[in-house]
Design a protein around this ligand. Structure first.
Ligand code: FAD
Ligand code: DLZ
Ligand code: SF4
Length: 511
């Protein structure tokens, strides 16, 4: 019998409810899934990310076949593989002669352009990705006519729309946001709970053998791969988080500790972003735990805000402003990315720890990304293109729709204040307060100038001085600007000299 519909499912679309599979006719349709070099190499991905995506694809295809669906699955090492998504659709069309092609909108502008770009995919019916709670169109409507787009107001709309943590139309506890009670210092006696690990099964082990053989130059370490690769395991990971870590999520959300990468975070983004978890199900689990009294409101609210607030907001921003967003560089940053972002070889203990953890785990929590590696790139003036490429490569959860607004917008202020109302610039004092990294660092976090001065200190003041004019009208930058202006001229000159010497001295830099 002829094929009615060819249904294309991408590697981050492994959800049974994905819109490309709505109205699936198992008797007449074929699902196409293709492992391709193009997607495995468009940035130098972490090897654990590639294994995660390919293993999840294989498990998903296997489950579909188990339900009687016909799946055309192209493996990375298939000699016939053209190694591009468009090439594989073209081959499938030639093979199957389908009456139509259906897909779900991809998570990246790059892939959308490919789909629209004159190949067989150009005729594809592209359906909205309804795994998100706010469609691209609804975000556009929300944004229309607003002078500035603030996550907090978007978030309140999402609370009302979903009814999450709402009571009689009002926010539970009488407030929308409980951050004032969150983000405390982590006492050293507190032990972080273990995070569940999922031993690779035969399918994952097959992928773990194939990937290094086909792609020997990926970033990071494959040893210890233990991420969930099926919806069932992802739900188990979520349940463990809700029971063991969510109760303290708010309190220690900003804490960082050596050898405890996850602390009280969820580590669900790799599974969430490929579709093994549904964001609303995740939020309902947190809400239910609050309703039973197992989780305090500050934790449940803080967590839900990350998902229906930040996650949906940055996706909206991405699709609202692409492709122009990808070229923004409001602070005129020009430097290259220092090599230690890739190899971790630096005397700055905080960066060494975060990069080392990133190499091992393909994971860092938000504050590590924002206030250590992001902060350094911001202060040093690294060009957003290089920083974007790094974040898109090194984390198992990285897709441009979420990575780019976080990097270019939140961390680098390269969008001039679309995502955040002020740059997240901080000196070493912040890192010292929120982590145990400074103990044993070659630098002295209290020193601003001198041989052992913490680079975050002089780079911070150098950043404030460099951009003083730009931020003069920003009330949220008034305090550092006043402090800089009040500083003794000799000290100012010493700080700026220290910063210039440090930046010039870094290997591999170009200005
Ligand atoms: P938790 O802290 O437990 O939060 C729960 C969930 O909320 C996360 O799984 C995630 O889905 C969502 N969330 C939290 N913060 C954000 C945020 N700022 N934006 C969007 N969703 C959020 N997140 C990605 O999923 N992919 C990325 O490529 C990515 N790149 C980032 C780059 C930079 C420079 C920064 C500062 C942040 C980036 N984030 C990214 C956001 C955030 O750091 C991660 O979502 C989070 O660390 C994932 O770990 P977790 O599941 O333990 O999160
Ligand atoms: C990330 C990724 C990787 C590593 N490999 C594949 C692949 O071989 N085949 C595929 O369909 N998708 C892959 N993906 C996910 C895509 O890169 C992702 O769908 C796009 O970036 C759009 O978000
Ligand atoms: Fe980082 Fe400075 Fe602390 Fe060293 S002293 S760990 S460089 S913040």
């Amino acid at each position: 019998m002829s094929v009615a519909t060819l249904r294309v499912v991408l590697g981050d679309q492994v959800s049974r409810g994905i819109s490309a599979l709505n109205d699936l006719d198992a008797a007449r349709d074929v699902v196409l899934m293709a492992e391709v070099m193009e997607e495995c190499t468009y940035v130098p991905h972490h090897v654990k990310k590639v294994v995660l995506v390919l293993s999840a694809m294989r498990h998903f295809a296997h489950a579909l076949v188990g339900r009687g669906v016909r799946v055309d699955y192209v493996a990375l090492d298939d000699p016939e593989n053209t190694q591009s998504l468009t090439g594989e659709v073209a081959r499938a069309v030639a093979r199957l002669r389908p009456e139509r092609i259906v897909a779900t909108e991809p998570g990246e502008w790059r892939v959308l352009q490919m789909m629209r770009g004159g190949s067989e995919l150009a005729e594809t019916e592209i359906r909205p990705d309804d795994r998100f709670l706010c469609s691209v169109r609804d975000f556009r409507l929300w944004a229309h006519g607003r002078r500035s787009l603030r996550m907090e107001f978007f978030y309140r709309e999402m609370r009302k729309r979903t009814g999450l943590l709402m009571e009689d139309g009002e926010p539970a506890g009488g407030r929308w946001n409980f951050d004032a009670e969150n983000r405390k210092r982590l006492p050293s006696r507190v032990v972080a709970p273990d995070v569940p690990r999922f031993a690779p099964d035969a399918i994952t082990r097959g992928v773990m053998e194939m990937v290094p053989a086909c792609l020997p130059r990926l970033f990071g370490e494959l040893d210890g791969f233990a991420l969930p690769v099926t919806a069932k395991d992802a739900r188990a990971a979520l349940a463990a988080f809700v029971a063991q870590r969510l109760p303290r999520f708010g309190d220690w959300q900003d804490a960082m500790r050596r050898d405890a990468p996850v602390l009280f975070h969820a580590q669900i983004s790799p599974a969430l972003n490929i579709g093994l978890l549904d964001p609303l199900v995740v939020c309902r689990a947190a809400e239910a735990a609050w309703r039973t009294g197992a989780v305090p409101l500050n934790a449940a609210e803080g967590f839900v805000r990350q998902i229906i607030g930040w996650r949906e907001f940055v996706r909206g921003i991405y699709w609202l402003y692409m492709p122009e967003y990808g070229a923004l560089n409001a602070l005129g940053a020009t430097r290259a990315l220092p090599p230690f972002y890739w190899d971790g070889r630096t005397e700055m203990a905080c960066i060494r720890e975060v990069v080392g953890q990133t190499r091992r785990e393909a994971y860092a929590h938000h504050i590590q990304r924002l206030m250590v590696t992001g902060n350094f790139a911001l202060l040093a003036g690294v060009h957003p293109d290089f920083v974007d490429e790094w974040y898109l490569a090194v984390y198992a959860d990285a897709y441009q729709w979420v990575e780019m607004p976080n990097t270019r917008g939140m961390a680098l202020y390269a969008d001039g204040g679309v995502v955040g109302s002020k740059p997240y610039a901080a000196s070493g004092a912040y890192i010292s307060r929120m982590s145990d990294y400074c103990r044993g660092c070659a630098y002295d976090v209290k020193a601003v100038v001198g041989e052992r001065a913490c680079p975050f200190n002089f780079l911070y003041w150098d950043f404030v001085a460099r951009h003083a004019e730009r931020f003069a009208g920003n009330p949220r930058m008034a305090l550092p600007l006043r402090s800089w202006a009040a500083m003794d001229g000799g000290k100012q000159a010493a700080i700026r000299g220290e910063a210039a010497r440090f930046l010039e001295g870094l290997e591999g830099w170009s200005v």
